[in-house]
Design a protein around this ligand. Sequence first.
Ligand SMILES: Cc1cc2nc3c(=O)[nH]c(=O)nc-3n(C[C@H](O)[C@H](O)[C@H](O)COP(=O)(O)OP(=O)(O)OC[C@H]3O[C@@H](n4cnc5c(N)ncnc54)[C@H](O)[C@@H]3O)c2cc1C
Ligand code: FES
Length: 284
Amino acid sequence: MYRIIRKKILNAAVVQMEIEAPLVAAKAKAGQFIILRVDEEGERIPLTVAGTCSEEGTVKIIFQIAGATTYLLSQKREGEFLRDFSGPLGCAARTEGIQKVCLVAGGVGAAIALPVAEAFFRGKADVTAIVGFRSRELVILEEEFRAASDRTFFTTDDGSFGEKGSVTLPLARLLAGGERFDEIFAVGPLVMMKYVVETARPYQIPVTVSMNPIMIDGTGMCGGCRLSLLREGKKIMKFACVDGPDFDGYEVDFDEAIARNRMYAEFERKAYERTCNLFGRAEK
Ligand SMILES: Cc1cc2nc3c(=O)[nH]c(=O)nc-3n(C[C@H](O)[C@H](O)[C@H](O)COP(=O)(O)OP(=O)(O)OC[C@H]3O[C@@H](n4cnc5c(N)ncnc54)[C@H](O)[C@@H]3O)c2cc1C
Ligand code: FES
């Protein structure tokens, strides 16, 4: 059992928790994730390690209430326990040898990008962060990104905070103005990452994308997280949980990934409604 040490509401749909899990805290690196179960009957869900404190033995997670399990998790209070908290899983983000990086994050992807930005920043890379949200009320981790970057650009779809429009606008402007990066690291909705790749393509700047397909065991056994890459005209299969979650954005078959992600949408909607009805909450 894993105790919730601290809980903080970041916005109406995003919660931060620090969980007592000393073995995970001692090993986890930026870019890795954990798989948790809220209770005995619970579904296994992957969440990125958003930070660790080795003295306290705690692991920070930041999650968006997206459906049944994240809703149940959000209802847990400080001092209560989670059934399972396994990790660290997946490969750490590759930061060596990169001197100038641009992180592009959308929505709760900000929670996944922040530890990577911090790792680059600690490694003395020049860090530009472009972080986008739908509107001002959904902005999270603003101060944290400012502290872990040399330059930050915020965008919102409705222009209520930062620049109006999507994250690709400042990116396109920087690239058109002659800015060059050793790498662009993108994380957020699949469509957003696809467009980041297309924005960078004319400049041939390497793009790493952090993929978040459905995961079940997180150890390469179930095949749930399989992903197609197109490499030198050939289709090759990878498992995001053990080969990723980071991949070369130019190789990812985004159209297939988008279709696979929608496969369980109806089932997930019903599970969410059932859970919310149990807790007496309005439907999504
Ligand atoms: C490596 C990795 C890291 C992630 N890190 C974060 C994070 O730091 N913060 C965060 O808010 N979210 C993160 N996610 C997404 C998070 O796992 C899902 O939002 C969560 O599983 C939703 O579960 P649910 O039951 O609440 O919602 P559901 O209603 O079951 O699903 C809502 C949506 O979440 C996704 N999802 C559902 N089940 C899974 C699953 N088992 N594995 C992966 N995705 C799923 C699907 O896109 C689905 O459409 C990460 C996903 C992966 C693969
Ligand atoms: S989650 Fe089962 S193979 Fe990756």
